[in-house]
Structures are given as structure tokens and as C-alpha cells.
Design a protein around this ligand. Structure first.
Ligand SMILES: [Zn+2]
Length: 239
């Protein structure tokens, strides 16, 4: 029996080696865009090398960010650039349309680690106008597996259908759903046991909702900041 398993392990190892050794060539277009990344990194390495502040040596030892940023995966909304922060200052989680679902182990792990280990002071849910995920969730088109993820935003629409339906302009409808989605995700975060236990233990923690205007670069505060579970109704508020 053991020989049988050993053989399987050897076969598996051979397969892995084969996978690692068989590198295929990229066509010119792919090579060119990949080279851009490598060249960009060379510039960054030069920058780091010429930095005399010692901050990169310090960063290599560990991180101590005060902010957890939960944003959209969209390539136009990078957390550091938008907040004027540097490497080491923002812990980041991004997914399509900045959704915070209570059963998402990825999001929960990031939240738990940042709140309980890194002890971040602020959690920012950052949506953005022109969000493709939000726009798609207002349509009846199918886009693939993502349709199931977007059901969470369709739920936000369902909870606010009267308000959204009353808006006639398509762009304004989408913009409003972007804002409502941010508010809903802030609420979802506040209802997690992770955030509520942090508050219960006296940890200073604020959960904010913001919307990015990509054209102007502005971060627009949605004024839905919570620092305790006082505003939650009894059924959502843990004792
Ligand atoms: Zn987006």
C-alpha cells in the first residue's frame, strides 16, 4: 500500500517538475507588455536603492498600517495614490464592486487579521462612480460567473428599488447605487462579529464609506461612519 502511495507521490513530483521545466515562449506582444512590468520594477529598485531615509529597511522588518481599505478591483482606483499614502500605510482588500459578504472567507480573513493583529484604526469601504460591476448589476445581461457575485449588489438594489427606480437618468441611477452599495457594505462590516468584538473590547475602530470620483480624484465621504454598534438594531447587535 505504502509503495503505491510512494509511486503516486513520485508521479506527482514528476508532473510538477514537468510543469516547471516546460516554459513556453510568449509572442512579441505579450513579451513587450511583460517587459514593461520588469522595466518598471527596475526603476522602482533604483528608487529604493537611492532612498536614504531607511524606511524600506524598516518596512522589510514588518508592517504597522492604520488603515484597512476595501475597494473595487478596478485598475483605476489604487488605494495608495488616492490617499497619498506610502507602502506600509494601508492594508488592502479588493474585489469586484467592493462587496463585503459575511460568508466570504477571503474578506473575513483580511478583516480579522487587520483588526485583531494589525489593530488598524480605520476601515474604509471605497466604491467608485463608473463601477462596471454596479452598472452590470442594474442590467439583465449575463457576464458569466460574476453574475452570481453581482447578486449581492442586486440585493442592494432590491432594498432600495423605490429610490433607484424613481431616477430616470441611467448614469444617475448607477451613481446612486454605487453610493448605496458602499453604505450597505459598511453596514455589513459593522455587523460582523469581528468588528463588534473589537468595539466591545474597547478598541478604537472607525468604519467609513467613501466614493471615488475617478475624473477628479476626489474621495467623497458618504457620512456613514460608525465607531460602535449603538446604531445597530437589537437583532444585529451582539451582547
Ligand atoms: Zn468597480
Amino acid at each position: 500500500m505504502s509503495i503505491f502511495f510512494d509511486l503516486i507521490l513520485i508521479k506527482k513530483q514528476e508532473y510538477c517538475n514537468l510543469a516547471l521545466n516546460k516554459q513556453t515562449k510568449m509572442c512579441n506582444d505579450l513579451q513587450k507588455s511583460f517587459d514593461k512590468i520588469i522595466d518598471g520594477n527596475k526603476e522602482w529598485v533604483d528608487f529604493v536603492k537611492n532612498d536614504t531615509s531607511g524606511r524600506f529597511q524598516q518596512l522589510a522588518k514588518g508592517q504597522n498600517p492604520e488603515i484597512l481599505w476595501i475597494g473595487c478591483a478596478d485598475s483605476r482606483v489604487p488605494a495608495n495614490e488616492l490617499t497619498g499614502t506610502k507602502p506600509g500605510e494601508v492594508f488592502v482588500h479588493r474585489n469586484i464592486a467592493n462587496v463585503c459578504v459575511h460568508s466570504d472567507m477571503n474578506m473575513l480573513s483580511v478583516l480579522d487579521y487587520s483588526v485583531n493583529v494589525l489593530k488598524v484604526k480605520h476601515i474604509i469601504v471605497a466604491g467608485h462612480y463608473g463601477c462596471g460591476g454596479v452598472a452590470a448589476s442594474l442590467s439583465s445581461s449575463q457576464y458569466g460567473i460574476i453574475d452570481n457575485w453581482l447578486q449581492h449588489i442586486k440585493d442592494v438594489y432590491r432594498l432600495n428599488a423605490a429610490e433607484i427606480d424613481a431616477i430616470t437618468d441611467k448614469q444617475q441611477k448607477e451613481d446612486r447605487l454605487v453610493e448605496l452599495n458602499v453604505q450597505e457594505q459598511v453596514s455589513n462590516l459593522c455587523r460582523t462579529s469581528i468588528v463588534q468584538n473589537a468595539w466591545k473590547n474597547g478598541q478604537q475602530l472607525a468604519v467609513h464609506g467613501m466614493v471615488i470620483n475617478i475624473a477628479s480624484g476626489e474621495l467623497i465621504n458618504q457620512n456613514c461612519t460608525f465607531t460602535s454598534n449603538d446604531a445597530l438594531s437589537d437583532v444585529f447587535s451582539y451582547k
